[in-house]
Write a protein that binds this ligand. Structure first.
Ligand code: SF4
Length: 71
């Protein structure tokens, strides 16, 4: 079962950590607020198995819980 990852841009403080840990999944808008690299207008996305560990790390490191993983 793929994991569903959600982002909550309202909580994001533009710290940049998630794209350090999961550069294939996360990117930023012009103000540094998180978005999905492959689908910038989406607020949720299924995570492929190959990216799952990176995304889990980004989720754990996000200081404001702007990244949510649902199983
Ligand atoms: S780690 Fe969290 S607060 Fe930092 S840029 Fe990513 S989503 Fe925003």
């Amino acid at each position: 079962m793929p994991q569903l990852c959600k982002i909550i841009p309202e909580r994001c403080i533009a710290c940049g950590l998630c794209a350090v840990y999961a550069p294939d999944t996360f990117d930023y808008d012009d103000e540094g607020i998180v978005l999905f690299a492959q689908d910038p207008s989406a607020h949720q996305q299924f995570i492929s198995e190959e990216n799952a560990n990176q995304v889990l790390l980004a989720y754990q490191k996000c200081p404001t819980r702007a990244i949510v993983i649902e199983k």
